[in-house]
Design a protein around this ligand. Sequence first.
Ligand code: PEP
Ligand code: CO
Length: 447
Amino acid sequence: MKSDWNPESWKSKPIKQWVEYPDPAAFESVVQEISTLPPLVTSGEIAQLRKELAAAEDGEYFVLQGGDCSETFDACSPDRITSKLKILLLMSYILIYGSRKRVIRLGRIAGQYAKPRSKDMETKDGVTLPSYRGPLINSPEFTAEARTPDPKNMLRGYAHAAMTLNFMRSLIAGGFADMHHPEYWELGFVNLSEHSREYRHIFQSISTSINFMEIVAGTMDALAETRFYCSHEGLHLPYEMAQTRRVPRREEWFNLTTHFPWIGERTRQLDGAHVEFFRGIANPIGVKVGPTMQPEELIELTKVLNPRNEKGRLCLICRFGASQIEEKLPPLVEAVLREKRNLLWMSDPMHGNTHSTANGLKTRSFDDILSELLCAMRILDREGTHLGGIHFELTGENVTECTGGARGLTEADLVKDYQTEVDPRLNYEQSMEMALLIAERQASYRR
Ligand code: PEP
Ligand code: CO
């Protein structure tokens, strides 16, 4: 055990993205209350995920991480949870087909409620108020009351995460039956694509395999074994700390708000509070890595976060942007290989590819996203290692937030159903298509 670490040791370090609560006593009492409530996940599940991620480093699994940029409490509804599970499950089938590996499904779900912001304050029509930081902290309406941090939001966040997890666990335990049959897969977009023949071939193969499994197993109960993990950015440390515990018969401390917390691009300073908190928890963790990361700094960070250089502990979630990845990724890969640091390379092709339209909507293009992903696969393969997973902002509904894809959504189409409060997500069809294109590339790497 690290003797100089405890769940509160981050408090003595400089912290980014911090918020001040007007009533410190109310804040302390909420943190205390959350620390007495049951954990959202168990240490056994976390240990299992670590084992699978270690195997992913050896090329036995591929990771699919995805979900909302910022979950809302409204997203805790039966339809939205079902559609999120459905899209992630279907994408995982496609990726299993492409990679011939088992897929670790990791939702950005059941707790993705806190958002880092590039500006602390927002000004509209001459009025300046604190920025919206996600439902764990404040509310999006542009009023002083809504934007004031309310500690009760942490309790609401805990409760909504628990309700979301409860429903997800039931859906999975029940076999999630409909999802195994292509007639429910809503494949209207396939005919619109120039790749429709290849897409149809993939779906046909998956369908045949599922039928085969059903016959062999006699039932689809085998698929009730489907594992599904949750993840969120571990941004709001008082909330993360409140559920960080020791459990009987295990040495380590676990953050039991989620299986896989990650450190965001804005809070990964070596001497900062977030790195301090994360270094002491036993969960597998992610770190977002953007274009400013230097090779020496990265190596130092891997040593702080994974001092025993264990497999399954650390995922680097790279997000450079399609125009920068070719320059920025190779030196980092070379340093990691030279220093023999164990970690899993993942690509987040969303956060380096955001821009605003003329009418002020944040968007991303399907082609930029795909281009960064394929580039990540190519570079890692060329350097003698492999891309171990992908990280998307996506939704199971057909919103219009990103441009492109088989339907050729344009910037003018975005107003039709633009819902996100923070970053633009791939919709159902775009997500399916993205998985198909990656699977095709994975298949070509196997040949
Ligand atoms: C995010 O994942 O929503 C996010 C804010 O990413 P990053 O930290 O990479 O900017
Ligand atoms: Co985002």
